[in-house]
Design a protein. Structure first.
Length: 318
């Protein structure tokens, strides 16, 4: 019978353990095997297993005849060839070995993982005179390791999915930003070409873009334009008029309805405000400002002329 296979070369620990068995008689080795809580065995130098302790027969349900004649095995079919090959290699090289494989438990028919280890016992001249090994149930540790692998695999999948999602989000954001920049550039170009003062304002009141005509009208005494559309921005145009006179304008900014509003300044100029709300973002808007003083003067002259003409037409000739 072959006990287990191995991948390990002789480590210092194994060599010390093996050296501690030097001088043990066969009876002493078997007594040691029977005293251990796990499955234990001894083997001949050629690899033939000549003794299994009682735990083996209790666990596997095999008889001594089935065990020593190798009529039947408790090793899982998927592990059998692998462990046989490794055991033969360990015997050939006379080196310590260990292997993980599954034994069938007679009590319930379940295959459980075991760690098999074997050490060559040498005489004073270094010749292998015996093999001594154990098979320890590691099913719980193995299951925990598999569960950890499963969790790690799930985490890796989640990370990959999240990374792919973020990459997609980043690309979508870049597309949106490019689209927004194109939109902003187009809006700026349109505002710059308007024949009147024009300004685009964010919902927060921050000025997005103003053309030169607007800057000329609303720049402060230093010739700069503040970055927020508020009372202070209108200081130059209003010629120190009370800001309360502008309340009706500011109350309507950010709404969704277009409107037209006029204000006469202290210097007798009249400004016309055309309010155009943004369609994409509620609260953002475009404001067009024109000096309509000349138009209002013409309107006044026209009204005065019409009044005088009407009066003359109603007065009878004498």
């Amino acid at each position: 019978m072959n006990p287990t296979s191995a991948t390990a070369a002789g480590s210092t620990h194994d060599e010390v353990a093996a050296s501690s068995l030097v001088g043990f008689s066969e009876e002493q080795l078997r007594f040691l095997a029977e005293s251990l809580p796990q499955i234990a065995w001894t083997g001949m130098p050629n690899g033939y297993i000549d003794f299994m302790n009682g735990r083996w027969f209790e666990y596997t349900g095999l008889t001594p005849e089935q065990t020593y004649a190798e009529e039947k095995t408790a090793v899982h079919p998927d592990d059998f060839l692998r462990y046989q090959k490794a055991w033969k290699e360990a015997v050939r090289t006379q080196m310590p070995y260990e292997v993980e494989y599954r034994f069938r438990r007679a009590a319930d028919g379940a295959y459980r993982w075991h760690l098999g280890r074997g050490l060559p016992v040498r005489d004073m001249q270094g010749h292998v005179i015996k093999w001594f090994g154990t098979c320890t149930d590691i099913h719980a540790q193995k299951a925990a390791g598999e569960e950890m692998k499963r969790i790690n695999a799930e985490l890796e999948t989640l990370v990959e999915e999240r990374t792919a999602y973020l990459q997609k989000e980043i690309e979508q954001r870049r597309k949106t930003e490019r689209k927004y920049l194109n939109h902003v550039q187009l809006l700026q170009s349109m505002i710059n070409t308007l024949p009147m003062a024009a300004v685009a304002v964010h919902a927060s009141g921050k000025i997005l873009h103003a053309n030169e005509s607007f800057k000329h009208v609303f720049a402060n005494d230093e010739g700069t334009l503040v970055d927020t559309f508020n009372d202070a921005l209108l200081f130059r145009a209003q010629k120190k008029l009370s800001s309360a006179n502008w309340d009706s304008l500011f109350a309507r900014l950010g709404k969704l309805e277009e409107f037209h509003w006029e204000v006469t300044l202290n210097d007798a100029r009249t400004l016309s405000f055309e309010y155009i709300p943004g369609s994409g973002e509620v609260g953002s808007y475009l404001l067009l400002v024109r000096d309509i003083s000349a138009e209002r003067q013409i309107d006044g002259v026209k009204a005065e002329f019409m009044s005088l003409a009407s009066h003359q037409l109603r007065t009878p000739l004498t």
